[in-house]
Ligand binder design. Structure first.
Ligand code: IMP
Ligand code: MG
Length: 176
């Protein structure tokens, strides 16, 4: 395995999630908020962000197909696990680990909009600046990063490294 260079530290991530959680708490006062995590990558963000949302909020998860073992977006999105509940009339906040091409989210937003929620907004820890193939409006953005492939804090390479408490970049050949 190659070495891993820290791109965003654990402290930076936690400080940002606190800010995001406080903004969400302010914006959704008196609303019926359902926070939707996109598995598997968003599991870390969900757990830490949730602790900074001071509202009677509900949580649910969706799972969509990702890149498999490749580091390139295929553009093909498949829902592997749908929400457990109806969302009509609810305010939805989708939580993502990272927005790359934007294809996954635009597909999710489209398919959730059909169910007539009151609103849909996005919180994403990371987004790759300038390479979205479809424009996505991120209401609660974390960090903008370059086009490099990152791992850690929920993000995987071939299923591994999700448990790192920071976001890093693999240097050298990851298969060695
Ligand atoms: P998109 O549809 O191209 O926006 O891809 C979004 C999904 O691809 C994310 O939810 C991640 O699961 C995965 N992904 C995109 N970029 C990276 C990366 O740099 N490292 C790990 N996973 C990534
Ligand atoms: Mg993902």
């Amino acid at each position: 395995m190659g070495t891993i260079r820290t791109l965003i530290s654990e402290e930076e991530i936690q400080a940002k999630l606190k800010e995001m959680g406080e903004a969400i708490t302010e914006d959704y006062q008196g609303k019926e908020l359902l926070v939707v995590g996109v598995l598997k990558g968003a599991f870390m963000v969900m757990a830490d962000l949730a602790r900074h949302i001071d509202l009677p909020v509900e949580f649910d998860f969706m799972a969509v197909s990702s890149y498999g073992a490749s580091t390139q977006s295929s553009g093909v999105v498949r829902i592997l696990k749908d929400l457990d509940q109806e969302i009509a009339g609810k305010d939805i906040l989708i939580v993502e680990d990272i927005i790359d091409s934007g294809l996954t989210l635009s597909y999710l937003i489209k398919s959730l909009n059909v169910r007539k929620p009151a609103s849909i907004a996005i919180a994403a820890l990371l987004w790759k600046e300038g390479i979205q193939r479809v424009p996505i409006e991120v209401k609660y953005p974390g960090f903008s990063i370059g086009p490099e492939f990152v791992i850690g804090y929920g993000l995987d390479y071939a299923g591994k490294y999700r448990n790192l408490p920071y976001v890093g970049v693999m240097e050298g050949n990851p298969d060695e």
